[in-house]
Design a binder for this molecule. Sequence first.
Ligand SMILES: Cc1cc2nc3c(=O)[nH]c(=O)nc-3n(C[C@H](O)[C@H](O)[C@H](O)COP(=O)(O)O)c2cc1C
Length: 192
Amino acid sequence: MTIPNPAAMEFFLTRRSRPARLLRPPVPSEAELMPILTAAARVPDHGKLEPWRFLVLEKPALTRLAGLARTRGEEMGVTPDRLDKDVAQFADASLIVAVVMVPRPTDKAPEVEQILSAGAACLTLLNAALASGWDACWLTGWHVHDPAFARGALGLAEGERVAGLVHIGTAASAPPERPRPDVGAITTWVRE
Ligand SMILES: Cc1cc2nc3c(=O)[nH]c(=O)nc-3n(C[C@H](O)[C@H](O)[C@H](O)COP(=O)(O)O)c2cc1C
């Protein structure tokens, strides 16, 4: 029988992300990050396919990626204002974990379920970072969906995709709470 865990439930009822622009050092060390990644790898995974892997992007890599994002964004004609914001996502970050979706060609689980498992890995990584006392946020952007950037800058293999960039660091302050869904309005009880 499962033992109730009120502290975990309280965490889920109050958890919230922090805007990436507020995140600064300190960031978790390798020893501090490993349990967080271990939690992220402990997600529902139909067929035990492990259709995900992690890229831990440290400061020098983030500086390199900022330069590559600028070059690629200019090639793609991204507007200068937008591009500055996208480049800052890497340039201003101190630590990002990219969750890479690794599709496994198999009839054990369709690709959509592998994508959902990668999303679960992103959320669990985010929650494990928050539960460990770090501030964190799950972002994306055109660069993660652009095959040329994903392959050239992040070194992804054919067919791999970035499911999320989880920024982790320390925020000096918390922004106001965002409105949350009316759960009653989105829930239908099917009783018979
Ligand atoms: C797949 C995915 C991609 C996201 N990408 C962005 C993004 O690029 N920029 C952004 O401001 N928020 C993005 N968000 C939203 C934030 O991660 C987050 O939902 C929001 O800050 C509130 O999070 P919270 O419910 O954990 O507090 C994304 C969310 C998901 C699920």
